[in-house]
Design a protein around this ligand. Structure first.
Ligand SMILES: Cc1cc2nc3c(=O)[nH]c(=O)nc-3n(C[C@H](O)[C@H](O)[C@H](O)COP(=O)(O)OP(=O)(O)OC[C@H]3O[C@@H](n4cnc5c(N)ncnc54)[C@H](O)[C@@H]3O)c2cc1C
Length: 408
């Protein structure tokens, strides 16, 4: 047992999961968080905790590590509306749980607060509004640094029942996808931009207009939220005595940005490594890196295809579901590092990623935020302009916009 206290930089999901395991094992743990609370990077937006990159249900995995999945609110889904680029809506479904929706933020039921409570109960000390030199920290869990993509959404009141839609549409979400999540009377419509745009707000307004036309939302806007994702693969995950976990360690899904599972898993693995139960570097290389590489190869392919390709993906997904009787099988296949995508990886890496030396001495190959294309410029619909006006009014009367570094 180490007698020295263990310092962790960042009280997000990855840092806190490491803190919980280490303090449960009897270590003195200090977590240093630059913001005023865990989850303050987010503002009540819904995120999906996926259940397709591992063999087991992720909540079972969390329980095995000693993390209590009932410490925060979650809603399980086995069905989703898949919106094709030509507005056709189909429904991938599974017998089990495809994903769970959790809320990010500082409210009591948010996942960040659940992890905070678990960390405090296990004896970890969390220091908020605290600056600490990363060199003094054993675990670096400080989240994303650069932007490779952004997500921008609106949270609203609605009387629509609980629901999730996932839309592949290169116009409304350049290079990516948009989604609608409704949980217990609160909705989120979010568009993800994998190509950098001036005034991301117009993409969100047009996306909201689209969802309003297709769902009975009776939408009453509350606030707008957003953030960035950093997609990079470092040369090392353990460097000069420090463990790099979560997005600080480049552990993020290049394809859709589902980074929470990687964050929690890598935090747990770093703690286990310190406890002498595994070797962090080799665990990440064996368990997570192949998934990340395959997601990057998929992203490389998706960057090339546009709406015609998105339509093919959606059709293939539904054909696969008809054949296998389970829509989740397709998502599992998407993340399986098969021969073809393993062969494509060097090409994807060369064409899509750029080398960068970080201040801490690590070298990453990262996905730069791609530039916009001529097809990203279009006239906004009348309804989108009205939605923009509506948001301006909501904002003037106190509606919050929490989207650091944004140009909206
Ligand atoms: C809008 C949006 C939507 C998303 N949707 C999904 C989704 O649906 N599903 C999914 O799985 N993932 C999603 N993600 C990604 C997911 O949120 C992240 O991958 C995940 O939170 C990463 O966890 P982390 O522990 O690495 O970072 P975080 O949970 O962000 O924690 C990092 C913490 O470090 C703190 N920090 C930063 N710098 C310092 C410093 N110098 N000193 C001390 N503390 C510091 C930050 O304040 C923060 O609290 C989304 C991300 C965004 C932005």
């Amino acid at each position: 047992m180490e007698s020295e206290p263990i310092h962790i930089l960042g009280a997000g999901l990855s840092g806190l999961s490491a803190a919980i395991l280490l303090s449960k094992a009897g270590h003195e743990v200090h977590v240093h968080e630059i913001r005023e609370d865990s989850g303050a990077r987010f503002d009540g937006d819904f995120q999906g905790l996926e259940n397709w990159t591992g063999d087991n249900d992720f909540f079972e995995e969390m329980s095995e590590w000693g993390l209590d999945p009932t410490s925060f609110k979650s809603n399980a889904f086995s069905i989703v509306d898949l919106i094709h680029p030509d507005d056709v809506i189909t429904q991938p479904k599974t017998e089990g749980i495809a994903f769970r929706v959790v809320e990010r933020g500082t409210d009591e039921h948010c996942i960040d607060q659940g992890f905070k409570r678990m960390a405090i109960e296990s004896g970890a000390k969390i220091h908020y509004k605290s600056k600490r030199d990363p060199k003094d920290c054993r675990i670096i869990a400080a989240g994303p640094k650069d932007s490779s993509a952004i997500a921008f959404g609106e949270v609203f009141h609605t009387d629509h029942p609980n629901h999730v839609s996932f839309q592949l549409n290169d116009k409304l979400a350049p290079g990516a996808y948009s989604y609608l999540i409704i949980i217990d009377g609160i909705g989120l419509i979010c568009t993800c931009l994998w190509r950098k745009q001036k005034k991301s707000g117009r993409y969100l307004n047009e996306t909201i207009a689209w969802y309003e036309r297709h769902y009975e939302l009776n939408r009453k806007p509350i606030k707008r939220v957003g953030g960035k994702g950093d997609f990079s693969i470092p040369d090392r995950y353990f460097h000069e005595g420090r463990y790099y976990v979560g997005e600080a360690g480049g552990l993020q899904d290049f394809m859709w940005g589902f980074g929470m599972r990687y964050a929690i898993t890598s935090g747990a693995l770093a703690a286990k490594s310190i406890l002498g139960e595994c070797d962090y570097e080799s665990e990440i290389r064996e368990k997570l890196l192949p998934l990340i590489k395959v997601s990057a190869t998929n992203r490389f392919l998706m960057n090339r295809i546009g709406d015609r390709g998105f339509k093919m993906v959606a059709q293939h997904w539904m054909r696969d579901q008809r054949k296998k009787g389970d829509g989740l099988e397709f998502m599992r296949w998407v993340y399986t590092p098969g021969l073809v995508r393993r062969m494509l990886w060097p090409i994807a890496k060369l064409a899509m990623l750029r080398k960068k030396k970080l201040k801490d001495g690590r070298v990453v190959t990262r996905m730069p935020f791609r530039g916009s294309l001529s097809r990203d410029s279009w006239e906004q619909s009348e309804r989108a302009l009205e939605i923009s006006e509506q948001w301006n009014d909501v904002r003037k009367s106190g509606g919050a916009l929490s989207f650091p570094d944004s140009d909206v």
